[in-house]
Design a protein around this ligand. Structure first.
Ligand SMILES: *[C@@H]1O[C@H](CO)[C@@H](O)[C@H](O)[C@H]1NC(C)=O
Ligand SMILES: *[C@@H]1O[C@H](CO)[C@@H](O)[C@H](O)[C@H]1NC(C)=O
Ligand SMILES: *[C@@H]1O[C@H](CO)[C@@H](O)[C@H](O)[C@H]1NC(C)=O
Length: 377
């Protein structure tokens, strides 16, 4: 005979499920180990997240850069909700992502996974060689061949997620996150919503989107549907410690407990292959380039370029505002050169009169700007 307590548990679970029981990461009866009870797909064989192990990743140089359209500044409204598990920003379907195989996906929403509970400060879902990053950003898309997200989420080729990992840079506030973070207090309680006006999603993503890992997996929350084509960007977003702590401590779940450690543990790879369009991780020392004050002007008589090469140009007319750590100002001549190489254009076709620095990259020999303006101080 089934022990009474178990029977009761099942009855309670069943009753709650009828009302859409709240799954959790670590508390109660529907913690992540028990998701498969209510959501069988969560026990499947192509689940996400996973540990991205460089030694097992298959290099595929034919994977081209993702083509992100409409990710730049958009002056419309972005509804933002505390759904009890995370903060979610609704995105306009004018934002689209075309992958290397030509499939077009339309954006639906972006949300975050973070840590913060007790001494545990990291909360990314994907790990890289076992390393968990501080925060993970997910931009969820659906295949444009379907009429809506609701329809696409049931299809085997329905979804794609662009994921980015966040690193802490102690005292460097990332101004592209200021608006988002300052509105978290509007949605402290689960179910609350607010509206952000005018967001540049591209600025909230890593500066270099060309290099990524790609594999087939699932949603990382129930129902864990196994129809997600994952693109995890190799470059990272940098936030200050204070910004990270704000995200970790601002939101409450349905039980009025602070939402922390809302990440799922990594899942078995089960013979899947993770591909990447780079051989060793780029941007290992990207921060040196981003912060370095040294100037690396391009010189036509230099040796042929090896990937990736960073150019930094200083424009003296506008001092870079302190609160804008990663601005990009692209002079017209350089812009034209960028346009001739579509991968470059996607990464760097940004313009800001406020910024006094640009950082450009070339990906191979011969791919260099014709001439960059000489710096003057
Ligand atoms: C959470 O706190 C708010 C404000 O104090 C209150 O209205 C609400 O009933 C609380 N919810 C729970 C589940 O305790
Ligand atoms: C490029 O390098 C050459 C040789 O080192 C030097 O003579 C020339 O002035 C440099 N040009 C620029 C634009 O810095
Ligand atoms: C990127 O995608 C957009 C929209 O699908 C398309 O119009 C544009 O031509 C694409 N750009 C490149 C360089 O493929």
């Amino acid at each position: 005979m089934m022990p009474l307590i178990t029977l009761l548990s099942l009855l309670v679970l069943g009753a709650q499920a009828g009302h859409g029981v709240e799954w959790t990461y670590s508390e109660g009866m529907l913690d992540e180990a028990h998701w498969p009870l209510e959501y069988p797909k969560c026990g499947g064989r192509r689940q996400s997240p996973i540990d991205l192990q460089m030694k097992k990743v298959q290099y595929n140089p034919s994977l081209r850069a993702l083509n992100l359209t409409g990710y730049g500044l958009w002056h419309g409204e972005f509804p933002m909700t505390n759904n009890g598990h995370t903060v979610q920003i609704s995105l306009p379907s004018t934002m689209s992502m075309t992958t290397s195989d030509g499939t077009q996906y339309l954006a639906k929403q972006m949300h975050f996974h973070w840590g913060g509970a007790s001494s545990e400060i990291s909360g990314s879902e994907h790990t890289v060689d076992g390393m968990r990053y501080v925060i993970e950003i997910h931009v969820v898309h659906y295949n444009s061949k379907y009429n809506s997200y609701e329809e696409a989420q049931k299809e085997p080729d329905g979804l794609a997620v662009l994921a980015a990992l966040v690193e802490v840079k102690d005292y460097t506030e990332n101004a592209y996150y200021s608006k988002f973070i300052s509105h978290l207090e509007d949605i402290r309680y689960a179910g609350q919503s607010t509206v952000l006006r005018g967001l540049d999603i591209e600025d909230m993503l890593p500066g270099d989107l060309r290099y990524y890992y790609s594999y087939l997996g699932s949603l990382t929350t129930p129902p864990c549907t196994e129809n997600v084509h994952w693109f995890v960007v190799a470059d990272t977003v940098k936030l200050s410690k204070t910004q990270v702590e704000k995200l970790e401590n601002s939101l409450l779940n349905h039980q009025n407990k602070t939402i922390q450690n809302d990440y799922r543990r990594t899942q078995p790879l089960n013979h899947r292959v993770v591909e990447a369009n780079f051989m060793s991780r780029p941007h290992q020392d990207a921060s040196t380039h981003l912060d370095g004050l040294e100037h690396k002007a391009h010189n036509e008589s230099d040796e042929p370029l090896q990937p990736p090469v960073h150019y930094e140009v200083v424009k003296s007319e506008h001092r870079e505002p302190e609160h804008r750590p990663r601005g990009h100002w692209v002079p017209q001549g350089v812009k034209q050169w960028l346009k001739s190489d579509d991968q470059q254009a996607r990464s760097w076709d940004r313009d800001s009169a406020l910024s006094d620095r640009i950082l450009l990259e070339a990906i191979g020999p011969g791919e260099r700007p014709p001439s960059l303006p000489a710096p003057h101080y």
